[in-house]
Design a binder for this molecule. Structure first.
Ligand code: G3H
Ligand code: 13P
Ligand code: ZN
Length: 310
């Protein structure tokens, strides 16, 4: 099926109160596991590529893999740039055939973030491509930027209003307490839903919001990683009920990468443990791909986007 405009999917998501999973992809097995899950559950899908993924797998390969996925399934698949940090990067993926981009100027001052986002929006809109922007600062690590918990800043509602008006961005990533990676909270998980409500009330009705750092850090996969390799200590994710709660508000895009990494790594470690003599990559990447499929099916159900593809 041809790609579908992400904003049409968001419109329906807001109306019917579900969210769409935006999954980070780095290679063929990850893409296949995710696409198989969404196809089986008839869910719309966002596959997103970070600058690091693009450098690792190369843009042309990722584009062709997504093209191959579209040839084998009828569900709508949006190919999105995750955390673009320069105008040049956003331009390059738009020119290369991505359907949607994120410009993340959240590490800059408000004025600098507005100027950069506006420049990307102008180019993207001229090419019919919608733009995600970010305001506020999540804690955690993404690409090579490490934001300490004390430097994380919740999105300010007044600023969000001004930001959206002045940049014309189509959807906005907000900081309400989530963070990137597997170590999201020092103590009890806590998201600021009051803040989320204030943000959605001040923005135009049904303005689409995005939750980054939304992996639940699934204990089953952490356990697998621990049992068959180096120990991951102190991991803590966003509880499933909180993701559900956000999906029932204006959050229409939920970003997941860490859970994919844990599912893949845990299962590869187990495959090596169970069969140390094996040196056929298909025998450890195959189980990892299947684990990703099962995990993504679970995510899709939590987000409520199963059956919303058509
Ligand atoms: O938000 C960041 C994503 O988890 C992507 O991570 O930049 O290491 O590919 P990456
Ligand atoms: P997680 O690290 O929680 O999976 O977040 C991923 C993300 O926000 C990608 O942009
Ligand atoms: Zn992110």
């Amino acid at each position: 099926m041809p790609d579908k405009n992400i904003l049409d999917i968001f419109k329906r998501a807001n109306k019917e109160r579900f969210a769409v999973g935006a999954f980070n992809v780095n290679n063929m097995e990850i893409i296949q596991g995710i696409v198989d899950a969404a196809t089986e559950l008839e869910a719309p899908l966002i596959l997103q590529v970070s600058a690091g993924a693009r450098k690792y797998a190369r843009q042309e390969y990722l584009i062709k893999l997504v093209e191959a996925a579209r040839m084998t399934t009828d569900i709508p698949i949006v190919l999105h740039l995750d955390h673009g940090d320069t105008f040049e990067l956003c331009k390059s993926v738009i020119d290369g055939g991505f359907n949607s981009v994120m410009i993340d100027g959240s590490k800059y001052s408000l004025e600098e973030n507005i100027a950069l986002t506006k420049k990307v929006v102008e180019y993207a809109h001229d090419h019919g491509i919608p733009v995600e922007a970010e305001l506020g600062k999540l804690a955690g690590v993404e690409d090579d930027v490490n934001v300490a918990e004390k430097d994380a800043v919740y999105t300010d509602p007044q600023e969000a209003k001004e930001f959206v008006e002045r940049t014309g961005c189509d959807f906005l990533a907000v900081a309400i307490g989530t963070s990137h990676g597997a170590y999201k909270f020092k103590t009890e998980p806590k998201l600021n839903f009051e803040r989320l409500k204030e943000i959605q009330e001040i923005l135009p009705e049904d303005y689409p919001l995005v939750l980054h750092g939304a992996s639940t850090v699934i204990p089953e996969f952490v356990d697998l990683c621990n049992e068959y390799g180096g120990e991951l200590k102190g991991t803590r994710g966003v509880p499933e009920e909180m993701i559900k709660h956000a999906a029932g508000m204006n959050v229409v895009k939920v970003n997941i990468d860490t859970d994919l990494r844990l599912a893949m790594t845990g299962n590869i470690r187990k495959a090596f443990h169970d069969n140390p003599g094996n040196f056929d990559p298909r025998k450890y990447l195959g189980p990892a791909r299947e684990a990703i499929k099962q995990m993504v099916m679970r995510k899709i159900k939590i987000l409520g986007c199963d059956g919303k593809a058509f």
